[in-house]
Structure formats: structure tokens, C-alpha cells
Design a protein around this ligand. Structure first.
Ligand SMILES: [Mn+2]
Length: 240
């Protein structure tokens, strides 16, 4: 069995979500062959050298899972795209490019965080292009830690009264972009997160039936996609 999750937005201020995640690691994830985390795992990440004790604890919990034999694969989200090799190495995780095609459930599946599908959010797409190019990434990573901490605090206080992003605050994917990218990668199944709109959508790609599975964000409940011989099952679950 393979487990896919995204958009946990782990943060010290939400011990309920942290507990639910640690519970998943000790339970279902132990029985999984692999755990895929498709972005926005952390609410914020200023660099592997700026890890807080809270984040170090999460890193160690992931490590315990990967040491137990479950493969851990991590994709960047728009909140935690500065996660680097040092964190992954310490967590025993493999950094997964966005997008990636992975064989699961007997077919090639396109995995994405999902923000790059929201092409109608022009301001965000522009910011994304700027922040995610290698030069900007290099500069961001090499800013003094204190500067990055100050920047993160500033962004945080400016972000709408620190309220959690609701689906209505996030621009949804551009409908035409989905079959385009699925055809480009030759897949019938796409799995992504980001939009906080968990669902399984049916669509046509090059005239063939296809599906887009959207993972849910963890807020009032958790969401996980299980892939096994029975197929793809997207399920919410109550926090312990
Ligand atoms: Mn996101």
C-alpha cells in the first residue's frame, strides 16, 4: 500500500494536527511501502539551518518511519519550497521534483503540489517564477538566518490576520491546464494538493477517461489517499 498526503501546514500553533500526523506515522504509515508528502508539509520553512525544535522533532519522527522501512518522498509546496537536502537527509526522505511521474496502482501517475496549475492567479504565478528560479533560490538560501527569520515574521504578520487559508481564498486550478499537462506526461491519473478542495474529478484526456485526485488539507480532519490492489481511495479521517 502507498500513502499520499499534502497540505498539513505543520506548525507549533496546531498541536492537534501534529498529533494526528505522528499518529499516522506510528500507525498506517508503518504498513505502507511508501509515504508521499506532496507539499505544504510545513506552514513555513526558512531554510534547513533555521530549524526550530518543533521542526527537528518532526524530522526525527520521519526518520523513525524511514528507518522502519517505509520510503518517504517529499515534494515542495509553495509554503515550504526552501526545504533542502540537509532536512531530507536527516529525515531519511527523498526530495521529489514537481511534477513527477511515479508508477503506482499499476499505472503511471502524475504527482504535483498543484500551485503551478492555478495559472489564472497571475500575481502568484509571477511571484512563483521569481522565487523559484535558481538565482533567487540561491540568494534566499544565503541570506543571513536572522534576516530570513525577520522576513518570515513580516510575511506572517502581513498574511491576513494569520488565519488559515480556506479553499475560497485559494485560486482553483485552471480547467484547461489539467488535460494539457496530463497529455504532456501521458498519464490518466493526476494527484495534487494545494487547493484545499479534496475531490476525485473525472475528465477526458485526448478523448480517454482520466481522473484528477485532489488531496485535502489537514484542518478539522486529516486526509489521505491510499493506493493498493483495490485502487485509489481518498479518505478523510478524524483527528485522534
Ligand atoms: Mn500550497
Amino acid at each position: 500500500m502507498i500513502l499520499l498526503i499534502s497540505d498539513l501546514h505543520l506548525q507549533e500553533e496546531r498541536p492537534d494536527i501534529t498529533r494526528a500526523f505522528l499518529d499516522l506515522l506510528d500507525g498506517r504509515a508503518r504498513h505502507a511501502r511508501a509515504l508521499y508528502i506532496l507539499g505544504d508539509f510545513f506552514e513555513a520553512w526558512i531554510g534547513d539551518d533555521g530549524m526550530t525544535p518543533f521542526q527537528t522533532g518532526i524530522c526525527q519522527a520521519l526518520r523513525a518511519l524511514s528507518d522502519s522501512g517505509t520510503q518517504v518522498l517529499l515534494m515542495h509546496g509553495n509554503r515550504d519550497f526552501l526545504i533542502g537536502e540537509a532536512f531530507c537527509k536527516a529525515a531519511g526522505a527523498t526530495l521529489l521534483a514537481d511534477p513527477s511521474v511515479v508508477e503506482m496502482g499499476g499505472e503511471p501517475v502524475l504527482l504535483m503540489h498543484g500551485d503551478s496549475l492555478c495559472t489564472l492567479d497571475l500575481a502568484y504565478m509571477k511571484l512563483r517564477r521569481y522565487l523559484r528560479n535558481p538565482v533567487s533560490l540561491w540568494i534566499l538560501r544565503h541570506l543571513p538566518l536572522g534576516t530570513r527569520q525577520k522576513l518570515a515574521r513580516k510575511l506572517r504578520s502581513e498574511s491576513r490576520a494569520q488565519t488559515r487559508m480556506k479553499a475560497t481564498d485559494i485560486v482553483d486550478v485552471t480547467p484547461e491546464e489539467v488535460p494539457r499537462i496530463m497529455a504532456q506526461y501521458g498519464v490518466r491519473t493526476l494527484v495534487h494538493g494545494h487547493t484545499h478542495r479534496p475531490a476525485i474529478h473525472k475528465l477526458l484526456v485526448d478523448g480517454q477517461p482520466a481522473r484528477r485526485i485532489v488531496l485535502g488539507d489537514w484542518d478539522r480532519q486529516g486526509w489521505a489517499l491510499e493506493v493498493d490492489e483495490q485502487g485509489f481511495q481518498l479518505q478523510p479521517f478524524a483527528f485522534p
